[in-house]
Design a protein around this ligand. Structure first.
Ligand SMILES: [Zn+2]
Length: 83
């Protein structure tokens, strides 16, 4: 009887270890994606639908941007294109 209990305990511990290892592996993968996203956050977005405001440097969707000469303006209080 004691042998059976010991065997069950070993199996349960093994299953828990495998489950934790799988969880850690998937967690590491998610973490790598997060750090990649963080690294690209400081760079100008590659999204072609965003344009940079020539006055304040903010990225705004092209649909919301105001065309001002050769560049764009975000439409903010201090960024309105001069007329
Ligand atoms: Zn602006």
């Amino acid at each position: 009887m004691l042998k059976i209990l010991l065997l069950i305990t070993i199996v349960v511990v093994a299953v828990l270890l495998v489950r934790n290892a799988l969880k850690a592996a998937s967690g590491k993968r998610d973490g790598a994606e997060d750090s990649a996203r963080d690294a690209s956050a400081g760079a100008p977005p590659a999204d072609a639908n965003l344009v940079r405001c020539g006055a304040c440097g903010a990225f705004v969707p092209k649909a919301d941007a105001v065309v001002a000469g050769t560049g764009y303006r975000c439409g903010g209080a201090g960024c309105a294109p001069k007329r």
